[in-house]
Design a protein around this ligand. Structure first.
Ligand code: HEC
Length: 156
């Protein structure tokens, strides 16, 4: 899978009550990544994985939960803590803008082997109401989804 971004909503910045207090590491299949870069559309069968990853030291050193590492003050990745999946399939999920949503646990592994499509109010509803484009919060991934300009070799 190709890594496309990591939105992050820690407890320390959400009054200790973030719904998803982890780094949200988002991945998509290589074929869907290439197709989006080429066409600006997610093909049928696109699967997005969001693996949740806790902060290494939940209390941190500061009231906002951050702490100091040699690189500076910030938040640093700890244990993985859950797996969400979104699948684009216009036949199966036509009622929810062509995407289905699955949760394979919101806790430390082991993750479930199988999961059922979640009811609209638990997942798809918020994506239908708020997502930027085709049910995906695309603005957070555009920096990686946009092909980068390449430097050409200097000619002597
Ligand atoms: C209250 C709104 C809300 C609900 C409910 C919600 N999501 Fe999301 N979801 C978001 C936001 C905002 C993002 C992007 C930013 C982030 O991850 O913080 C996101 C991102 C995702 C992504 C990464 C791809 C994308 O669309 O950006 C997946 C996969 C995902 N959610 C699955 C789920 C699943 C599965 C559920 C139900 C268990 C769920 N979501 C419930 C708001 C929501």
């Amino acid at each position: 899978m190709v890594f496309i971004g990591a939105p992050f909503t820690p407890h320390g910045l959400n009054d200790g009550k973030a719904g998803f207090p982890e780094f949200h590491n988002v991945y998509v299949q290589p074929a869907a990544f290439k197709a989006y870069r080429a066409t600006g559309k997610w093909p049928e069968g696109t699967m997005m994985i969001k693996e949740l990853q806790l902060v290494d030291d939940p209390k941190g050193e500061f009231p906002d939960g951050s702490r100091i590492a040699p690189s500076g003050r910030g938040y640093f990745p700890g244990p993985v803590n859950g797996l969400d999946v979104a699948v684009k399939d216009s036949k199966r999920f036509s009622a929810t803008n062509n995407w289905g949503y699955f949760n394979f646990n919101h806790a430390a592994p082991p993750y479930l082997v199988e999961a059922a499509n979640k009811p609209v109010e638990q997942c798809a509803g918020c994506h239908m109401a708020n997502a930027h484009e085709d049910m995906v919060y695309i603005k957070f991934y555009k920096p990686i989804l946009t092909p980068l300009p390449t430097l050409s070799m200097a000619k002597k």
